[in-house]
Design a protein around this ligand. Structure first.
Ligand code: NDP
Ligand code: GDR
Length: 390
């Protein structure tokens, strides 16, 4: 992390960036998993990228630090601006200053379980936030030129009405998060129809990566599996192991976002892998990959049921996964399985990573992280990772 100067932009009183021939994108949520991959993709495609970041009491730009450029340099193509989706004056000023060709609205309180604890804030940031941005584009007279992408979600389908879920499947949101995203979805459709804006929804099924937030289930599992395989941790507590998700790789999905925005006509597209897996199966892959990486052929044996279910390692019988009902949700989304055939047909988009490859990549990353952690805590005089337990 770097102690960098304040983010630039006329919001801070600086002169607006001179208009260049380069396409210019504004990415909200740039410090998140998807924002960081999208910023990389857009920079590689020659864009100038402006990202919205929140003020925090400590550094919160880990995922984009490698893209940082000193704002005093001549040819700066990546700039961060302070802002918040709950502050419309800030968003209007930002859109006015940047005058983006493309806006990717990825910012959100994105944790479904947390949305039950903070329903009003989630509605404000995730639902009304999208409206604020759409309306900023409209009132600044940019509706005819600026393209808009809304990060919509498979959570909109909620209670499975049909599977696989496609653009024509009815929505049935099951959380404050999903209800807020439903509002944002329809405001995007409405601004497209009412004002002729090139405004689109990507209805994205779960996508993960080594940059996934640590409290989402896949990353929680891969981090725990890595530490358990290294012997620095014993158990991970999880909620509903029967939930089924259609998991893909975030890098593939940001490519889909860009294709949606570049498509001639705006619309709504599902991005998914077309394969669904239980949380339990993801655990099995992650633990097998973590133990294999430290040279052990260890699996998980499941016993018990529901709240009493335990996953034991097959060599020692020690419990490595336990269920804690505290992680159950008041209303659960049991089954997500997407049909992305419209995206394949119209956008030429197809996922490239299987869920097993995804689990293995995340575990490899988390093993390296856990080893660094273990070395750091061992201190300089004994900078060795402890040997994995027998
Ligand atoms: P993350 O949680 O990793 O990132 C969310 C981003 O939004 C972060 O940059 C966060 O900032 C920012 N943010 C949160 N609240 C505000 C706010 N009030 N004002 C400004 N910025 C804010 O999510 P993902 O990258 O995984 O997801 C990106 C988007 O796609 C989200 O809208 C999510 O709901 C949606 N989505 C995600 C899917 C997935 O599987 N990943 C699937 C479908 C949709 P900070 O870093 O400071 O917290
Ligand atoms: P989700 O992702 O709710 O699908 O939303 P998450 O990884 O949080 O949960 C997936 C499933 O796993 C079950 N689960 C647990 N979940 C968490 N977080 N922690 C646990 O310990 C645990 N145990 C079991 C959950 O109940 C759920 O069924 C993600 C987010 O990225 C959203 O922003 C996005 O819109 C959707 O994916 C598509």
């Amino acid at each position: 992390m770097t102690d960098r100067p304040a983010p630039t932009g006329t919001a801070n009183g600086a002169a607006p960036p001179a208009r260049s021939a380069r396409p210019r994108a504004l990415v909200t949520g740039v410090t998140g998993q998807d924002g960081s991959y999208l910023a990389e993709l857009l920079l590689a495609k020659g864009y100038e990228v402006h990202g919205l970041k929140r003020r925090a009491s400590s550094f919160n730009t880990d995922r984009v630090d490698h893209l940082y450029q000193d704002p005093h340099e001549d040819d700066v193509r990546f700039r961060l601006h302070y802002g918040d989706m709950t502050d419309s004056t800030n968003l209007i000023r930002l859109v006015q200053d940047v005058r983006p060709d493309e806006v990717y609205n990825l910012a959100a309180q994105s944790h479904v379980a947390v949305s039950f604890e903070t329903p009003e804030y989630t509605a404000n940031a995730d639902g009304v936030g999208a409206l604020r941005l759409l309306d900023a584009i409209r009132i600044l007279g940019l509706g005819g030129t600026t393209r808009f992408y809304q990060a919509s979600t498979s959570e909109l389908y909620g209670k499975a009405v049909e599977t696989p879920q496609s653009e024509t499947t009815p929505f049935y949101p099951r959380s404050p998060y999903a209800a807020a995203k439903l509002y944002a979805y329809w405001m995007t459709v409405n601004y497209r129809e009412a004002y002729g804006m090139h405004a689109s929804n990507g209805i994205l099924f779960n996508h993960e990566s080594p940059r996934r937030g640590e409290t989402f289930v896949t990353r929680k599992i891969t981090r725990a599996a890595a530490r358990i395989a290294l012997g620095t941790r014993e158990t991970v507590y999880l909620g509903n192991l029967d939930a089924r998700r259609d998991w893909g790789h975030a890098r593939d999905y940001v490519e889909g976002m860009w294709r949606i925005v570049r498509h001639d006509a705006p619309g709504d597209w599902v991005l998914a892998t077309g394969r669904t897996t239980t949380v339990r199966a993801f655990c099995e892959w992650a633990f097998a990959a973590a133990f294999a990486a430290v040279g052990r052929d260890v699996g998980i044996e499941w016993g018990g049921a529901g709240e009493g279910e335990v996953g034991r390692r097959t060599d020692t019988g020690a419990a490595v996964v336990r269920v804690d009902p505290a992680y159950y949700r008041p209303t659960e989304v049991d089954l997500l399985l997407g049909d992305a055939s419209k995206a394949e047909r119209e956008l030429g988009w197809r996922p490239t990573t299987t869920v097993e490859e995804l689990a293995a990549e995340m575990v490899a990353h988390d093993l390296a992280e856990a080893e660094r952690e273990a070395r750091a805590s061992a201190g300089p005089s004994d900078a060795r990772v402890p040997a994995p337990p027998a």
